[in-house]
Design a protein around this ligand. Structure first.
Ligand code: PEP
Length: 262
């Protein structure tokens, strides 16, 4: 195993999940504000994930900048009779490089299963999109002492069939469901415990050298005030940000917190 600092091996990632917020025009305006502050920043990988309808306007606002564009979902099939769905190829034509998969809101409200999420992960990788795979336990699961079991099951199922040469393309986001949009943040110890557990799982699946290169993000009410402590943990490689990504100032402050943690 490398003796290098994890902060040097893995570039930090700050990804904004705008969810069902911002029209195309509002998204472009927010992007321009973010670009002004951190547009050419390369010390941290910054990703904006607007709704599908704002991908094109945000892509235009990102032209020539270092910030990457992500989608919030995709369908595993290439094309066909899937009303309302979007394929990896369609995302690629809009300059999308990342895609959030398995977000707890899609698991909860759209009935997405681990098997379906696995198909999406494999399809995204086949189309050279970087999956941001979300895993995490509900409050009831945590209180029943099942956190690590749930995270293990979700992670193993979603990564089934991912080849060793693909695993470092995947970004994993640990998002305790009870911390998303609630203002309740996992303690740094709770978050680090699960992140280290996921990395140990990746070591078992793909070996230590590869697992040391996979970025594992924390998501769940991450804000500029709590980010420095979370980002200082050895296995926390960035954040997937919901609420605080909808306003330029807080999002830029999170990118700056990640820069300071490098
Ligand atoms: C999310 O939805 O991925 C998320 C982390 O949301 P929030 O930051 O608002 O908790």
């Amino acid at each position: 195993m490398s003796t290098q600092s994890p902060h040097l091996i893995r570039k930090k990632v700050i990804a904004g999940n705008w969810k069902m917020n911002k029209t195309a025009a509002e998204g472009a305006a927010l992007t321009r504000e973010i670009v002004e502050a951190v547009g050419r920043e390369t010390l941290v990988d910054t990703v904006l994930c607007p709704p599908f309808t704002a991908l094109e306007s945000v892509a235009r606002a990102l032209e020539g900048q270092a910030i990457k564009l992500g989608a919030q979902n995709m369908h595993p099939e290439k094309s066909g009779a899937f009303t309302g769905e979007i394929s990896a190829e369609m995302l690629r034509t809009l300059y999308v490089t990342h895609v959030i998969l398995g977000h707890s809101e899609r698991r909860q409200y759209c009935g997405e299963t681990d098997g379906f999420i696995n198909r999406k992960v494999l399809a995204a990788l086949a189309s050279e999109l970087r999956p941001i795979l979300c895993v995490g336990e509900t409050l009831a699961e945590r209180e029943a002492g099942r956190t690590l079991d749930v995270v293990r099951t979700q992670t193993e199922a979603a990564l089934a069939g991912v080849k060793p040469e693909q695993i470092t393309t995947v970004i994993i986001a640990y998002e305790p469901v009870w911390a998303i949009g609630t203002g309740k943040v996992a303690t740094t110890a709770q978050a680090q415990e699960v992140h280290a557990f996921i990395r140990a799982l990746l070591t078992r699946l793909h070996g230590a050298a590869l697992s040391q290169k996979v970025r594992i993000l924390y998501g769940g009410s991450m804000k500029p005030a709590n980010a420095p402590e979370l980002l200082a943990q050895p296995d926390i490689d960035g954040g997937l940000i919901g609420g605080a990504s909808l306003e330029a100032r807080s999002f830029v402050d999170l990118v700056k917190a990640a820069m300071a943690a490098v």
